[in-house]
Design a protein around this ligand. Structure first.
Ligand SMILES: Cc1cc2nc3c(=O)[nH]c(=O)nc-3n(C[C@H](O)[C@H](O)[C@H](O)COP(=O)(O)OP(=O)(O)OC[C@H]3O[C@@H](n4cnc5c(N)ncnc54)[C@H](O)[C@@H]3O)c2cc1C
Length: 430
């Protein structure tokens, strides 16, 4: 029986360990932090969580289907989620599969498998594995753009933001308006002396509740075709949240769902109350002054970059993951077409894919690896299918913005459908 390594004990690594373990595949897990939960553990040194963070997708669309949360609230906070992952790992006997405080520092191919070098409490160690599952997260390595000039005040990326104390009595400028950026802007309204938000493009703001229910639980049946869903949902949003252009946001130059929507309408309420201002793109920094592209300027104490994250697999040479542009090019975001023994979990960004979507990735991987063990001809047929036929379209008919952060974006229904179909095809016996 081959032995496989899993890097990371966040939701994706736990899902992988669970799915492989269920199939009787031997797994060694490596986790750089002291416990499970990934970025949901605010005490994990690599966590990009902050005190006010809650789920953005709702509980029932996010949790693992086989392990419902004990919490009954719709959008639990990060501490509840950390407990959830502790319970999950404990319940399925996953904790003992992992070595904690042990960081993977290097993967080198050898003899059809991988030498994995790790640094842990007992020093450095190298072990050979038939395959390695990379589940080290996608939201850890800050994307820091360059700006003209220099800012002499405090400059932070949101990855370093933990608590509103950091904003106290400061004139804050947030650059970017993703989901974290909008959460932090709301914190700033209550703690900073002023808060401005500089944005380049417009956004779609989805309320957490529509018709009295978590908005992502509506329309869960058969997915509507992209064009129809875009038309219907834009109308619903116009009716519920109005036009963000009224509050100073630029008009989006794309249709809804072609970029990740912002699930936050508090920000609009605060704009309506005059608690924060929308500013245009940055032209340059000069001391503590920020010059904007419309010729206006203001002084700030703190500039917070809500500019997102870049994918990073620092322990393995890029050629092995077939990088193309801003992300590796992998079959269903999991399998390198070379089938070199590396597998990636959690490299999916999608509206509403949840941890169950990540678990289904893991089930497909587990189905493949058990075919490798038990029925090599079936595993070979899967590899032929991956290398010899066109790959499924997982866009769901949406034309995603050509931005780096959208490089591995998928439509949840199209993606989950494709994963399930591939798994069924893989499991059809000879
Ligand atoms: C504020 C915020 C809100 C979010 N809200 C939602 C939401 O509502 N719904 C949703 O589905 N997603 C949400 N996400 C996305 C989130 O990324 C996923 O929910 C989930 O955490 C991804 O799990 P993961 O296991 O892939 O990565 P992570 O949770 O990042 O876990 C990766 C793990 O790998 C470990 N690791 C990294 N490098 C190494 C190494 N070299 N060796 C050993 N271990 C290593 C890390 O310590 C970490 O524990 C949110 C993210 C943030 C930041």
């Amino acid at each position: 029986m081959n032995r496989y390594a899993v890097i990371g004990a966040g939701p994706s690594g736990l899902a992988a360990a669970r799915a492989l373990h269920t199939r009787g595949i031997t797994v060694d897990g490596y986790e750089a932090s002291h416990g499970v939960g990934g970025l949901w553990d605010i005490t994990n040194p690599r966590s990009t969580m902050y005190e006010s963070a809650h789920l953005i997708s709702s509980r029932t669309t996010t949790e693992f289907a086989e392990f419902p949360m004990r919490s009954r609230v719709d959008y639990p906070g990060h501490r509840v989620l950390k407990e959830y992952f502790d319970d999950y790992a404990e319940h399925f006997g996953l904790v003992e599969l992992f070595r904690f405080d042990t960081r993977v520092t290097r993967l080198e191919p050898r003899d059809g498998g991988w030498d994995l070098t790790s640094a842990g409490p007992t020093g450095n160690e190298t072990r050979w594995y038939a395959g390695v599952v990379l589940a080290n997260g996608t939201l850890a390595e800050p994307n820091v753009p360059t700006f003209a000039g220099e800012f002499s005040g405090e400059l932070l990326h949101t990855s370093a933001y933990k608590s509103p104390e950091q904003l106290k009595d400061k004139r804050v400028l947030l650059i970017g308006a993703g989901n974290s950026g909008c959460d932090i802007a709301v914190d700033a309204v209550h703690h900073a002396s002023s808060i401005d938000m500089s944005v380049r493009r417009g956004y779609y703001f989805v309320p957490r509740y529509l018709f009295g229910r978590p908005s992502d639980t509506l329309n869960q049946g058969r997915p509507l075709p992209a064009r129809i869903k875009q038309a219907v949902d834009s109308r619903v949003l116009r009716a519920f949240t109005g036009d963000p252009v009224r509050f100073g946001f630029p008009r989006p130059d794309y249709r809804i769902y072609e970029s990740h929507p912002i699930v936050n309408t508090l920000i609009l309420n605060h704009l309506g109350q005059g608690d924060l201002r929308i500013r245009p793109d940055i032209a340059r920094f000069e001391g503590t002054t920020v010059h904007f592209r419309d010729g206006s300027a203001d002084d700030y104490d703190l500039v917070l970059l809500a500019t997102g994250y870049t994918l990073d697999y620092p322990f393995v040479d890029r050629e092995h993951l077939h990088w193309r542009g801003a992300s590796p090019r992998l079959f269903l975001n999991v399998f390198p077409a070379s089938f070199n023994g590396l597998y990636v979990m959690g490299m999916i960004e999608a509206s509403g894919i949840g941890w169950q979507g990540r678990y289904e990735q893991a089930e497909l991987l587990a189905a493949y690896l058990s075919a490798v063990e038990e029925d090599p001809a079936r595993a070979a047929r899967f590899r032929e299918r991956v290398t010899g036929a066109p790959w499924p379209d997982v866009t769901g008919g949406y034309r995603y913005l050509g931005l780096d952060r959208m490089a591995y974006y998928v439509n949840k229904d199209a993606y989950r459908g494709a994963v399930r179909r591939e798994k069924s095809a893989l499991e059809v016996s000879a």
